[in-house]
Design a protein around this ligand. Structure first.
Ligand code: ADE
Length: 223
């Protein structure tokens, strides 16, 4: 998979994409990341990428030329083009699963009051990572990248498997325990110690359901 980021701050990506599982996925050749500064495609001698809104009003608007020019220079066959935007469809695990099967993903990350509306003609999806406003789309695109890349076959090891993740199963995960068996007076539940796998499975299912009911009842009514 190739993931492209159209951004004014390509340096923001360096640490995140080269670290831990995202970095390892790149080293394994499973994914490649390309952070492109669209200021290089402004098409004007002052490298201007934003301008005042027609009709007046506060804030600047991202001009169409830098984004169109950068997209044309990339010349991708049939990419998913995702506009990072608080007005977009809320990102979730199902979307991450679907995007993990793509060949090329482009994230368009603005830092402005808005995008010139014509930019939206290049876009296949508008996505928000939550009901809050960030200073720009970069952190949102990195969050999405993290959720997507870990789902690509070969990225996680067997121990890190995502099959039982919260949300993949439609429910939150059950509680986990490791050694020591007793810590500061807190005991590991007896059922996990007796080696009866059927009972352990049953306990985990019940705990998972209980936790989902308590914390995210909306997940149960979605099914
Ligand atoms: N850009 C600014 N806020 C955002 C959000 N919540 N999601 C995606 N992109 C954004």
């Amino acid at each position: 998979m190739n993931i492209h980021y159209l951004t004014l701050f390509p340096e923001m990506y360096q640490g995140v994409l080269n670290t831990s599982i995202l970095g390892r996925a790149k080293e394994k050749g499973i994914v490649n990341y390309h952070a492109v500064n669209f200021r290089d495609y402004s098409g004007n001698k002052h490298n201007k990428v934003d301008d005042y809104p027609y009709g007046g009003g506060a804030g600047m608007v991202l001009k169409p030329e830098p984004v169109f020019n950068a997209m044309e220079a990339m010349d991708l066959k049939s990419p998913r083009v995702i506009l990072m935007c608080p007005q977009g469809r809320p990102f979730n695990q199902k979307m991450a699963e679907e995007l993990s099967e793509e060949e090329d993903i482009v994230f368009i990350c603005g830092h402005y009051e808005g995008y010139d509306e014509r930019i939206r003609t290049l876009v296949t999806d508008e996505v928000s990572i939550g009901d809050y406003v960030l200073t720009g789309g970069e952190l949102a695109s990195m969050t999405m990248t993290d959720a997507i890349v870990r789902l690509i076959p070969g990225v996680l090891s067997r121990e890190e498997s995502h099959q039982e993740d919260s949300f993949s199963t439609g429910m939150l995960e059950h509680p986990h325990y490791t050694r020591p068996r007793e810590y500061r007076g807190m005991e590991v539940p007896e059922v996990l110690l007796n080696g009866n796998h059927a009972l352990i499975e049953q306990w985990r299912r019940e705990e998972s359901l209980k936790r989902t009911r308590e914390r995210r009842p909306d997940l149960l009514s979605d099914q």
